[in-house]
Design a protein around this ligand. Structure first.
Ligand code: PMP
Length: 384
């Protein structure tokens, strides 16, 4: 049984669990160890079926139960109203940058399709550029001139009256700004707000009176890359361009309960385990309190230091992605090497921003943030 040459699966899982480090990657990102352990235990034979989830027909009753449970749990966690549909697609958030206009941009006018954009960082720029291939884009506001350190005040947004939708990126993963609240921009008058929530979905509640479409790639707060979540108000399902691929046509996908084509079954299974883990953490309300505590600890530490700095306006700092700089950038490599040696991985900032970035998604425990702060304090002291 305890032959070191031939360890049991339980022994392998136990040893690998002890090797785990704090991984601050922006995505694919850290997952709860409990979830990975459960997946390891269920890998070869899912609940007595003799097959792994990867090997099951997506039409089997076993997979259908996994799929439906994941949909139900996600609906419960985000308190998605009945009037919204939850779709599991593929193609990631960049795929959605084309899929959203293909489904929605003709809503207001098939002749002059148009979307409004609020530009708050790298990802909203990228989305806006892709959207231009499908219709006109109107920039209602942009913080580019302020180097994206704050979200433009809603009173200064110049929204057009005839756009099919307004696009927001509600958490900018690279620059590190986050909408603390989606503004009420008159959806009551027929405006449709589309939110790219890839990097903060499930970290805080969503106000469904203020957004009508939410999309997110999975690989930050949900599970492995490969499944893309789209949550869309039901009355917005019928506007797709005739050339929209069927597998990306929200109406068709909805009619088939996200089984129009073979869904990314294993990614959905892991996402489902993450949803169950989240429910054990007290749901979105519970995890939000932990996220607030983690972000506060890290920003408070940065703000009291002259050695490190975060440049984002405190009113819109992201709870999920915390970029920071060393005052002396010549120490960057030493900082990263020391971090790695202390089991703190993936802290290098995005190449377009430089410096460092700590991504502290739902699955990053408070201890990970505390270990990062301890290391940063020690690095500063040893550099003095
Ligand atoms: N939007 C945001 C906010 C993101 O953070 C990312 C990925 N980092 C994307 C879009 C692109 O996602 P994907 O690579 O899954 O297409």
């Amino acid at each position: 049984m305890n032959d070191p040459q031939n360890p049991s699966l339980a022994a392998i899982v136990q040893r690998a669990s002890a090797e785990r480090v704090f991984n601050f990657s922006p995505g694919p990102a850290t997952l709860p160890t409990e979830v990975l352990q459960q997946a390891a235990e269920e890998m070869l034979s899912w609940r007595g079926t003799g097959v792994s989830v990867m090997e099951m027909s997506h039409r089997s009753k076993e997979f259908e139960s996994i799929h439906q449970q994941a949909l139900d749990d996600l609906r419960e966690l985000l308190q998605v109203p009945k009037s919204f549909r939850i779709l599991f697609l593929q193609g990631g958030a960049i795929g959605e940058n084309a899929i959203v206009p293909l489904n929605l941009i003709r809503r207001a006018s098939a002749e002059k399709p148009k979307a409004d954009f609020v530009i708050t960082g790298t990802w909203s720029v990228k989305t806006e550029q892709e959207t231009r291939r499908y219709g006109d884009v109107h920039i209602a506001a942009s913080s580019k001139e302020q180097r994206y350190v704050r979200i433009p005040d809603v009173s200064a947004w110049n929204l057009s009256g005839d756009a099919s939708y307004v696009h927001l990126c509600t958490n900018e993963t690279i620059v590190g700004v986050e909408f603390q609240q989606v503004p009420d921009i008159g959806q009551a008058h027929g405006r449709v707000v589309v939110a790219d929530a890839s990097s903060h979905i499930l970290s805080r509640p969503i106000d469904w009176d203020r957004v009508q479409v939410v999309y997110a790639g999975a690989q930050k707060n949900i599970g492995p890359a490969g499944v893309t979540i789209v949550i869309v108000r039901e009355d917005l399902l019928g506007f797709a361009h005739p050339l929209c691929p069927s597998a990306f046509n929200w109406r068709i996908v909805n009619e088939h309960n996200s089984m129009y084509n073979t869904p990314p079954t294993y990614a959905i299974y892991i996402a489902g385990l993450v949803f169950q883990w989240l429910k054990r953490q007290g749901g979105v309300q519970g995890i939000e309190q932990r996220n607030i505590a983690k972000a506060k600890a890290l920003y408070d530490f940065l703000d009291q230091s002259a050695f490190y700095r975060n440049e984002i306006d405190p009113s819109c700092r992201s709870r999920m992605n915390v970029p920071f700089f060393l005052a002396d950038e010549s120490r960057n490599d030493a900082f990263l090497a020391g971090a790695r040696a202390n089991g703190l991985l993936q802290l290098k900032g995005h190449k377009s921003v430089g410096g460092m970035r700590a991504s502290i998604y739902n699955a990053m425990p408070f201890e990970g943030v505390a270990a990062l702060i301890d290391y940063m304090r020690e690095f500063e002291r040893s550099a003095a």
